[in-house]
Design a protein around this ligand. Structure first.
Ligand SMILES: Cc1cc2nc3c(=O)[nH]c(=O)nc-3n(C[C@H](O)[C@H](O)[C@H](O)COP(=O)(O)OP(=O)(O)OC[C@H]3O[C@@H](n4cnc5c(N)ncnc54)[C@H](O)[C@@H]3O)c2cc1C
Length: 277
């Protein structure tokens, strides 16, 4: 069994865990980041960064590396279902010196954060190992890790659970979710090669179907459609044209990968995640 020792063991190499590792490294704190997968996330996920995120990345010196990955600064428009504009937030809106909304691709960003963490002398990245248990021994915490790369144990002063929505660490320490998540399922579609160059996300509120269009770097575009009562993601995904789901504002583009019959990069998820975009 391989043994490691560090100040802080971070479970999960998502944006939270890797950002924490970079913050701690900047303070000279030694960390080990444990990730159960072989690499950082590859599926499309978050597409919008806010100004506070950019400020945080600037603080740890990674913003300039991240900037080429961003659609730096875009606005928001809200429409009725039949296309009348209700409200607009300017693309130039800033609060903390950075644009309030910038487009990005989570897999690209997380991969860059992992490379920066790997380059840090303070940080050890351990992929292919799931954290199974953490035992508080008073002086330290002993974390047991198991995966395709074998078994290891990590002695740390602190363990931080950055292991996402189904956190093992959270369940081990008995932390539960206060409140509830949203009940509506949404269908997420990402495209590339969109001819739509609007620097606005567009929220279509109401009949017949609420949906969201979010611009990304280059010619990427994110569409999010709320499923109507009784619909399933599989039913919608068999539409040959996703523009059939939109009354206003749809543009054609190339789907980012193939999967279900005609729409790829599809995620049916609970609207708590989708509504963040
Ligand atoms: C389709 C979709 C669209 C989204 N759009 C947006 C958006 O536009 N804006 C926005 O702000 N958010 C959005 N989100 C949410 C955003 O992706 C998440 O909030 C974000 O990924 C959370 O980051 P995290 O680091 O906390 O967790 P995660 O990204 O889930 O990372 C957790 C990591 O921990 C690893 N892990 C889990 N258990 C263990 C274990 N026991 N041992 C070791 N490793 C473990 C996982 O493999 C994973 O790599 C979206 C999510 C989805 C699914």
């Amino acid at each position: 069994m391989v043994e490691h020792s560090c100040d802080v063991a971070i479970v999960g190499a998502g944006p939270t865990g890797l950002s924490l590792a970079l913050f701690l490294a900047a303070q000279g704190v030694r960390t080990a980041v444990i990730e159960q997968e072989a690499e950082t996330v590859v599926q499309p996920r978050a597409v919008t960064l806010d100004d506070e995120s950019l400020r945080a990345f600037a603080t740890v010196g990674v913003l300039e590396a991240i900037r080429p990955l961003l659609l730096y600064g875009y606005g928001t428009r809200f429409y009725t279902g039949d296309g009348r504009k209700l409200a607009e937030v300017s693309a130039n809106a800033t609060r903390f010196g950075y644009p309030c909304r910038s487009g990005f691709s989570q897999p690209e960003l997380v991969s860059l954060l992992a490379r920066r963490a790997k380059d840090s002398a303070q940080t050890t990245l351990l992929f292919n190992g799931a954290a199974l248990s953490a035992v508080d021994r008073g002086e330290d915490v002993l974390l047991e890790v198991s995966g395709s790369s074998g078994e290891s144990s990590i002695s740390a002063r602190y363990v931080v659970g950055c292991d996402g929505a189904n956190s093992t660490v959270r369940s081990q320490i008995g932390v539960t979710l206060d409140g509830s998540s949203h009940a509506q399922p949404w269908l997420i579609v990402d495209t590339i090669n969109s001819p739509d160059d609007a620097r606005y996300s567009r929220f279509f509120c109401g009949d017949p179907r609420p949906y969201v269009v979010v611009p990304g770097k280059g010619s990427r575009m994110r569409y999010e459609f709320m499923l109507l009562p009784g619909e399933t993601a599989a039913e919608i995904s068999t539409c040959r044209s996703y523009s059939g789901c939109c009354r206003v504002g749809a543009s054609s583009g190339t789907l980012t990968s193939s999967g279900l019959p005609s729409i790829a990069s599809i995620r049916a998820l609970r609207s708590g995640g989708a509504a963040d975009a």
